[in-house]
Design a protein around this ligand. Structure first.
Ligand code: VGL
Ligand code: ZN
Length: 188
């Protein structure tokens, strides 16, 4: 990466949690490859004084998105379980803004902006105009977060090599990229 980050930038790391990594409950193929890339961006954020936000999927047990309740997913990222934790290899700063989402037992929330309805206001208050986004999964929570960031008026950059798709249907990741580009995201 050769982008210089500034205090007008924020880095949003989406759902890099054990359950979305290989071996986890809802593994994203090659998901662990995003960690070293994100660590370089986290270092750049620190150097440049950019705010770091990290969302985590944070479901109660028996969440509506789980198959036992007719949802599409196996149980994953249950609050307080090892699968919901951030891997220690991900170098999040101690002052990162942590955003829990999917906490309502009866409805799912893919976007970090749903997890924290004041996120856009918080970013604006800090003077943030550009949002750099990476993490998991490109075709679900990353996509939803980028779209909400654009809708809130931010210049949103998707860090291509810092994200991977679940690809439930082959091509979902590529379609998500096309959709995000069409919506106005800059694909880094
Ligand atoms: C996600 C599926 C279910 C994600 C979360 O973080 O992209 N995907 N829950
Ligand atoms: Zn989930």
């Amino acid at each position: 990466m050769d982008t210089t980050l500034t205090p007008r930038d924020a880095l949003l790391v989406v759902d890099v949690q054990y359950d979305f990594l290989p071996g986890g409950a809802l593994p994203v193929p090659d998901g662990d490859a995003v960690i070293p890339v994100l660590n370089r961006w986290l270092a750049a954020a620190r150097t440049g004084g950019a705010l770091v936000c990290a969302s985590r999927d944070w479901h109660p047990p028996h969440h509506a998105s789980f198959r036992e309740r007719g949802g599409p997913w196996p149980p994953h990222c249950v609050q307080g379980t090892p699968g919901a934790a951030f891997p220690p290899e991900l170098a999040l700063p101690p002052d990162a803004v942590i955003i829990d989402k999917g906490t309502d037992p009866d409805r799912d929330a893919y976007s970090a902006f749903q997890g924290r309805p004041d996120l856009a206001a918080l970013l604006r208050e800090r003077g943030v105009t550009r949002l750099y986004v990476g993490g998991l999964a490109l075709d679900y929570c990353v996509k939803a977060s980028v779209l909400d960031g654009l809708a809130a008026g931010f210049e949103v950059h998707l860090i291509r090599d810092a994200t991977r798709a679940v690809d439930v249907q082959p091509g979902d990741g590529e379609r998500a990229l096309a959709e995000l580009r069409a919506a106005g995201a800059v694909i880094e």
